[in-house]
Design a protein around this ligand. Sequence first.
Ligand code: PLP
Length: 454
Amino acid sequence: SADPAALPNSPHARDKAYALHPYTNARAHERRGPTVIESGKGIYVRDDQGNEYIEGLAGLWSVAVGFGEERLVEAAAAQMRRLPYYHSFSHKANNPAIDLAEKVASLAPAGLNRVFFANSGSEANDTVVKLLWYFNNARGRPQKKKIISRIRGYHGITVASGSMTGLPWNHRDFDLPLPNFLHTACPHHYRHAWEGESEEEFASRLAGQLEQLILAEGPATIAAFIGEPVMGAGGVLVPPRTYWQKVQAVCRKYDVLIIADEVITGFGRTGRMFGCELFDIKPDMLVLSKQITSSYLPLSAIVISDELYAGIADNSDRLGNFGHGFTTSGHPVATAVALENIRIIEEDGLVANAAAMGERLQAGLGELRDHPMVGEVRGVGLIAAVELVADPATKRAFDPLGKVGAAFFERGHGHGLIVRAVQDSIALCPPLIINAEQVDEVLKRFRLTLDDTY
Ligand code: PLP
């Protein structure tokens, strides 16, 4: 077919002329131009050149129910006709937001019963920081403000959430992290364990490092620890089985609250409704987004503990207002879509499907372990990664993976599979509706792409 960018008024040419793309090398984009995705159905999307791809990352880890789900379209349209917008300031409420708050509270771990709505994961995590500060000021602990996250953790890109993120290119030249945002070690056994160190020993060592950090800074200065139950953008890192229990014990010892960022793991991704269930994490706040609406519309939610709520509520009473909220907090259309989306997840048994199809996916990927480019295969449920190495014997990484990752990405397109390079790994995270035949097709296309990149 003709070069789409050659036509001066083509979408390709205009995108190159006018857009600054998130997470894209802008100069490379001026040369390459966009892949314009025009439509989607189930696990597939189609570009404007007629190519069909399996969306192996469910968009950005997010389209749980797949593309083209008419029930979500209908839910949005019906709500738009009834009430397309209203806000939640000054005692105003709308029915979808009320229903969704109740639903999310009922699903969330015990003791988390209050829901605040925002639009993105980043906004939710910025809100988390502000709630912690507000709460500790209210409780007469103005020193207790520092937040610990992990190297390679991902919590977003706004000023506070980007400070919690532990990835270099979210910091470099953006003047992040801000002071008082601390980073502790990443629980990636394959990369960071000592020679001969078991997963259990590694987990104990990391919990010990966390404790040392808290003691060095002073426990009275540490407000919270935030982490993804399973790290996503950092490379799909499933921690050692006992890691969270050990971390949790350290946090409780020093009155450090635990924030579970379930923006990726929430709503069934790991084969459980929430990633917290995998490791028996008992968070003080739960952060949700992405699969809450299957990303058909932007929405995020924070679910907070009764104790945090009590402190925040009292302080708003003392000050006369809770001075935080977005124009679109509790947006009726986004919350209506979320309700219908969660209904589909429940009615169609998509959490159980993620567990069953996840086993098939993980087993299939496991067969790649002997491939000369593969260092490690890991994952849980329908989220997985294959860590690529230049030399499996020494674990020498591609330096940088950037080039290999980009080649993998492009070759994957050639084989009709969209995946994503995350750090040293290629991530897979297909829609939760995927069936066995489709999992096998993902595996087949993944292997073809791998062989092609080798
Ligand atoms: N937290 C986690 C765990 C994420 O994976 C992401 C996005 O990928 C975010 C927060 C930020 O969400 P958003 O991109 O909607 O701001």
